[in-house]
Design a protein around this ligand. Structure first.
Ligand SMILES: Cc1cc2nc3c(=O)[nH]c(=O)nc-3n(C[C@H](O)[C@H](O)[C@H](O)COP(=O)(O)OP(=O)(O)OC[C@H]3O[C@@H](n4cnc5c(N)ncnc54)[C@H](O)[C@@H]3O)c2cc1C
Length: 324
């Protein structure tokens, strides 16, 4: 049963931050994830502070130089439908269009998509797992079909967001406001792996609100993509996904690469090994094959999810070949 909490409609970010200072305060944006977590008693809230009416957090603004600033309350559907994003930052446009269902994309926000909780059945169920401050990861002796093949150890959840991997490939920065003022966090440092702290998904402190996502200018020749494989075609979270952002030099060799996986680790998983194989190389068949092998070389599958290794290797090869 849903436990009682107070509900505050913040009219400004300052007010939201003030209302969220005390432990037990939770941000509400579109509510598509938060309400389910509260109803299922995954965690509790003393006070739910909705930021949904703060106009300044909505909308997509182009910047001089070609970058973009996307307000945290921008609907996932608006990100997917924006033609400039689809052209300049294709990975993000495609990832947004792969999120859930049309209803979820129309209600869910970009900020909420980055801050949503894992769908691990043990975390979502009545299990006192490490992510809830308990002593065990129940997946280890349970069903591990949907779990991590990288970065596990203390917790084998997978990060559920499609847009997060795309934004990491595109080297985004997250704008945040909190009790100590505003700060920006490079997305490479936004997510927290279980080895550091299994009870947190992000570096956000109590009272901090994501205000915007900043995309740097793509520069000449950036090409990006997002590919997701899921159990069924209607809607589902990624079993495995890959976001690519590449630049090539005049000779066709990759001069700059960011390769990030979704659905296979507790945070968007940047693959330095894949980037090393392709950087400085033309994407020939041989390079693509070696890059795909490198992508999974350090995978550490669990009893039920070795299939993710083959799946990931295959989609990395296909996506690199498509960008070749
Ligand atoms: C059935 C279903 C299927 C889904 N499928 C997918 C999928 O395939 N891919 C995918 O990526 N996602 C998927 N989602 C997740 C969905 O996209 C997210 O629920 C949504 O994007 C979250 O946005 P929201 O605005 O509703 O967040 P809310 O539910 O309001 O919040 C989610 C969490 O983020 C925190 N939060 C929200 N906004 C902020 C902010 N600005 N600053 C700080 N904290 C904040 C909240 O406190 C809460 O903990 C699915 C969800 C459901 C229910």
């Amino acid at each position: 049963m849903l436990k009682n909490f107070s509900y505050v409609r913040a009219t400004s970010v300052d007010e939201a931050v003030e209302q969220l200072r005390a432990p037990g305060g939770r941000v509400h944006a579109g509510g598509t994830d938060l309400v389910g977590c509260l109803r299922d008693q995954v965690f509790e809230a003393e006070r739910v502070v909705t930021i949904s009416g703060i106009a300044g957090l909505k909308g997509i603004r182009e910047q001089s130089g070609g970058g973009m600033r996307i307000g945290a309350l921008t609907r996932v559907a608006q990100v997917a439908a924006n033609p400039v994003i689809m052209e300049r930052f294709t990975a993000l446009g495609r990832a947004a269009s792969e999120v859930g269902t049309p209803q979820l994309r129309n209600q869910g926000t970009l900020g909420g998509n980055l801050c949503q909780k894992t769908r691990c059945a043990y975390y979502r169920g009545p299990f006192p797992c490490r992510r809830k401050g308990g002593e065990r990861c129940f997946a280890i002796e349970g069903n591990t079909e949907a779990h991590a093949i990288f970065g596990g150890g203390r917790c084998y959840m997978v990060h559920p967001s499609d847009t997060a991997s795309a934004l990491m490939a595109l080297n985004a920065t997250i704008g945040v406001q909190g009790p100590r003022g505003a700060r920006t966090i490079p997305i490479d440092r936004f997510f927290v792996l279980p080895e550091l702290d299994p009870t947190r998904e992000t570096v956000l402190q109590q009272g901090e609100v994501v205000t915007e996502v900043i995309l740097p200018p793509p520069g000449a020749g950036l090409r990006s993509s997002y590919r997701k494989v899921r159990m069924r075609r209607s809607w589902d979270f990624a079993l495995a996904g890959v976001a690519l952002a590449l630049r090539k030099d005049s000779g066709g060799a990759v001069s700059d690469a960011r390769v990030v996986f979704s659905g296979v680790a507790p945070a968007p998983w940047r693959s330095a090994a894949t980037e090393r194989v392709i950087t400085g190389q033309r994407l020939t068949e041989d390079v693509v094959r070696r890059a795909a092998d490198a992508a999974v070389a350090e995978a550490d599958p669990m009893p039920d999810n070795a299939y993710k290794v083959d799946l990931l290797r295959a989609i990395v090869a296909q996506e690199l070949a498509a960008l070749a």
